[in-house]
Design a protein around this ligand. Structure first.
Ligand code: NAI
Ligand code: COI
Ligand code: MG
Length: 357
């Protein structure tokens, strides 16, 4: 029996998780796999109910699971809480608690969505890259401090150990080896010491991967190159905050941030989440795009549950629904047939019908 822990979280989280559950039920039925799904609290709602954004029982259940599927956390209601009580802190603690250091964010533009991007079709056509983001170190986890002398001061620390860099760069090389064999390591080595160490380590490791070509790129240039010529990228490996920012940017190559899935892997249960947040501006309206979490569910079946065949089928079902012209509001344009603009649940239902049909 596979154990899957579901974490709905805040904002649009519960709405999109509902659609992922439909997909899991459909796969369980079709494959006859026994999948035990249990929901636990995380984020702002968990803080309201249990006084902590990551209650102990949620962390323990996640650590015992085969896979964890998280929707999103956060929202304006909790924005004035001190840092250690904020919903986002619960997510950071979960990633750390699972040692989920390798965040894999595939960025693929479905051919039917080429026209949905804000960029010209010839720029986004055939975009197929992967961002490998270090997820449990860097400035999100370094020492923090606030103090006041004559004015206010705030400190965040960006620290990486050699071991943390080596293990994520290894994931970058191994991933590139299975793809088009080009690795772009993104840093800010013209300014940051942590980036200079990162670059040294990539240079040392590349001798073990003679089949992979490596280039180094400064993060500001990378932000520009992603828009100028995204086709040049195969695998991008980078530190935590750079990967966070670049992946939101890269999502627009695919039409919407609502399309991008992720897998966070380490030595425990895999953690699967769409790359977007809790989208408070559209929460409760039933219009959120569930494709990011559904494609994350596909990654879960492939990486943690040994059901690759069904991962392929889920991705195929999403592709076919988009090919048929169905869109959630974030993907719709002037040329979209209004009768094909679907709610969150109608999009989930269409994908499931395609999957089982
Ligand atoms: N993994 C997580 O749980 C994350 C949580 N957050 C939290 O989410 C909250 C909102 O943050 P924002 O900066 O607004 O980022 P966001 O990703 O939630 O939303 C940015 C924009 O994208 C749209 N959007 C996001 N997901 C969508 C979807 N599935 N379908 C259609 N449109 C979608 C939103 O409506 C919004 O206009 C904050 O509290 C933030 O800390 C932010 C990023 C990641
Ligand atoms: C802690 C999260 C809110 C950071 C984030 O934006 C992400 O992981 O995409
Ligand atoms: Mg982010």
């Amino acid at each position: 029996m596979a154990k899957v822990v579901l974490l709905p979280g805040d904002g649009i989280g519960p709405e999109i998780l509902q659609e992922a559950k439909k997909v899991i039920h459909a796969v369980a039925k079709a494959s006859q796999a026994e999948i035990d799904m249990q929901e636990y609290p995380i984020g702002g709602g968990a803080f309201d109910e249990f006084g902590a954004p990551l209650p102990q029982h949620t962390l323990e259940a996640a650590q015992k699971a085969d896979a964890v599927l998280l929707a999103a956390v956060g929202g304006p209601k909790w924005d004035t809480l001190p840092g250690h009580q904020r919903p986002e802190k619960g997510l950071l603690e979960l990633r750390k608690g699972l040692n989920a250091y390798a965040n894999i964010r595939p960025v693929r533009c479905f051919s039917s969505l080429v026209g949905a991007s804000t960029l010209r079709a010839e720029v986004v056509n055939n975009v197929d890259l992967v961002i490998i983001r270090e997820l449990t170190g860097g400035v999100y986890f370094g020492e923090k401090k606030r103090w006041t002398e004559e004015q206010r001061f705030a400190l965040d620390t960006l620290i990486y150990s050699e071991e943390e860099v080596r293990r994520i760069v290894k994931v970058g090389f191994e991933t590139a080896r299975q793809r088009r064999k080009h690795l772009t390591s993104v840093d800010k080595a013209n300014v940051l010491d942590s980036s200079r160490m990162w670059r040294e380590i990539v240079e040392e490791m590349k001798v073990d991967y003679p089949d992979v070509t490596v280039s180094h790129m400064l993060v500001d240039n990378c932000a520009m190159q992603l828009i100028r010529n995204p086709g040049q990228f195969d695998v991008v490996v980078t530190e935590n905050m750079f990967g966070d920012i670049l992946s939101d940017e890269a999502s627009m190559l695919t039409g919407s941030i609502g399309m991008l899935p992720s897998a966070s892997l380490g030595d425990q249960a895999g953690l699967y989440e769409p790359i977007h947040g809790s989208a408070p501006d559209i929460a409760g309206k039933g219009i959120a795009n569930p494709c990011g979490i559904i494609l994350s569910t596909a990654m879960m079946f492939r990486n943690s549950l040994g059901l690759s065949e069904y991962a392929d089928k889920i991705e195929q079902a999403v592709n076919e629904i988009l090919e048929e012209g169905y869109r959630t509001a974030d993907l719709a344009g002037n040329d979209t047939d209004p009768s094909k603009i679907l709610s969150t649940s109608a999009m989930g239902d269409r994908i499931v019908q395609k999957l089982v049909g």
